[in-house]
Design a protein around this ligand. Structure first.
Ligand code: FES
Length: 67
């Protein structure tokens, strides 16, 4: 989802891109996500890691904070 956000001109914060640093954490407003790989540190409740999460519902709403 990080690449998708960047492809439409958004600039979400990120660093490691492998689910470790948590800098790409964003708020999950609606829908579900899953992670193909186990994470070293799980994101907080209702947060998703943009670099590692994959959509797992037909509709997905994520709130990005401005940097
Ligand atoms: S960029 Fe580090 S966890 Fe996503």
């Amino acid at each position: 989802m990080l690449e998708l956000a960047e492809s439409v001109g958004l600039k979400p914060a990120h660093a490691c891109k492998i689910g470790v640093c948590q800098s790409c954490s964003a708020s999950l407003v609606q829908g579900d996500v899953f992670y193909e790989h186990s994470l070293t540190h799980s994101p907080a409740e209702q947060q998703v890691l943009l670099c590692s999460a994959k959509p797992d519902s037909d509709e997905l709403t994520i709130e990005l904070t401005a940097c």
